[in-house]
Design a protein around this ligand. Structure first.
Ligand SMILES: *Cc1c(COP(=O)(O)O)cnc(C)c1O
Ligand SMILES: [Zn+2]
Length: 412
């Protein structure tokens, strides 16, 4: 017996089988850990939260979220207790994510989980940052993956070292992120496991470490949590982590209120949540040429994990959440403000989150004395480029309509 089981949040079925995150009732599957109190272990990086990660050993990966208490941005926004979870590259504060975003934490735990599950090879669709994280880490761990990304996002996939031949990158010439997901699912015909995106418990539990790290510093649960969302993974994950901490009891029982943001005009979850709809409408997601229109391209998922039981709608409902649609202009201004006050550049999606914090403050949704956690989901790109250097990876062009024969050729 291990330290966790997987259970459907809706019908309670126990789910078994390697890399199986699906219940017949279509609700999300969640990991239930035998340990009920937060405990840190003397292990490198995020493995210090080993008890609440779905693995039976730790890898040599040593990255983790870095939480610190903000002085300058806090003053600018008028908050006494603003904590920043920095997930990127900034050696001055011990932040050593060489792919600059929290996707690296997801990749680290997911690869370990997949290896322990004896998955021969994984298919991972991405709008940039996930592919970047997997190209880097799967190379280091010599674990075979097929990455599928839209052409427009290829320049975002820059890594510090060369990829190993075990990594294949398929570039969808004529499609967006959602087309890339469709191709990833097709590859199961060749025994390549689709990683499941937000449904993959390893990904979500990896993000949970962001909240665990923050409560160790703040000594209690934050009252508000700010993050930009694309697939919804991060929002669901923080909610689930908060439920674990609530059971622990030592950090308070009120769940953090989720303040989640998208990049207007592509904001399907903002529109659905504002209308308190569990369903997203076709017109919510049909924004033409999304990847050319929005600044934060990683937020372009047309099939987020929103309406399914245990998904983002439930997370928002359970935490009395808020959603914000942030324009490109607002995000750029907020990103510059963050850099000038906190001293580090942030990626576009993190700039969207900063803008949502400014908006919430203006609208009186947060109070000076509230404990607030802002997730800087990516940053430090400038220093990484200057001090370490990065190079683009090469891709194999495919079409979103490629036949199985063509796909087989591309991945071999
Ligand atoms: C993927 C990503 C997000 C969105 O997170 P989800 O968990 O997919 O909703 C936000 N910020 C950055 C930097 C990302 O790479
Ligand atoms: Zn079920």
């Amino acid at each position: 017996m291990g330290n966790y089981v997987l259970r459907c949040v809706e019908c309670g079925s126990t789910i078994s089988g390697p890399m199986n995150f699906y219940c017949k009732c279509d609700a999300l599957v969640r990991s239930i850990y035998s340990r009920k109190k937060l405990r840190t272990r003397d292990l490198p990086g995020l493995w210090k939260f080993y008890d609440w990660l779905p693995v039976r050993r730790n890898s040599e990966y040593d990255g983790k979220p870095i939480t610190y208490k903000s002085e300058h941005l806090a003053k600018g926004v008028g908050l006494d207790d603003l904590y920043i979870s920095f997930n990127g590259y900034d050696p001055d504060i011990g932040a050593n994510l060489k792919t600059c975003t929290f996707k690296e934490l997801e990749a680290a735990v997911e690869i370990e989980h997949a290896m322990e599950s004896n998955a021969p090879r994984l298919a991972v669709a991405s709008a940039g940052n996930t592919a970047r994280a997997f190209a880097h880490l799967a190379s280091k761990m010599n674990f075979p993956v097929v990455l599928i990304i839209p052409n427009r996002c290829l320049p975002d996939v820059c890594i510090t070292e060369s990829v190993t031949p075990a990594i294949k990158t398929l570039v969808v010439k004529d499609g967006d992120y959602s087309d890339a997901i469709a191709v990833a699912k097709k590859l199961s015909a060749f025994g390549i496991a689709y990683d499941g995106g937000a449904r993959n418990i390893a990904r979500r539990d990896a993000i949970g470490t962001i909240l665990f790290d923050a409560v160790l510093l703040a000594k209690r649960m934050p009252k508000h949590y700010f993050q930009a969302v694309g697939s919804g993974t991060g929002g669901i994950a923080i909610w689930e982590a908060a439920l674990r901490l609530r059971d622990d009891g030592r950090f308070g029982t009120a769940l953090p209120r989720l303040h989640l943001s998208q990049n207007w005009p592509f904001a399907p979850m903002v529109k659905a949540w504002r209308a308190r709809r569990r369903e997203m409408l076709k017109e919510d997601v049909d924004v033409p040429d999304i990847l050319d229109v929005i600044y934060a391209r990683v937020l372009s998922n047309r099939y987020p994990c929103y309406g399914a039981k245990g998904g983002l709608y439930d997370a928002l409902e359970s935490t009395n959440g808020e959603m914000y649609g942030i324009t490109n202009e607002e995000a750029k201004i907020a990103g510059k403000l963050f850099e000038s006050l906190e001293g580090t550049d942030v990626v576009p999606a993190a700039a969207v989150a900063v803008a949502s914090l400014l908006r919430a403050s203006e609208e009186g949704k947060i109070n000076r004395k509230d404990v607030v956690l802002l997730n800087i989901s990516g940053g430090g790109e400038k220093r990484l480029r200057e001090e370490v250097g990065v190079k683009e990876i090469k891709g194999i062009p495919i079409s979103k309509n490629s036949s199985l024969e063509e796909l087989e050729e591309a991945i071999s």
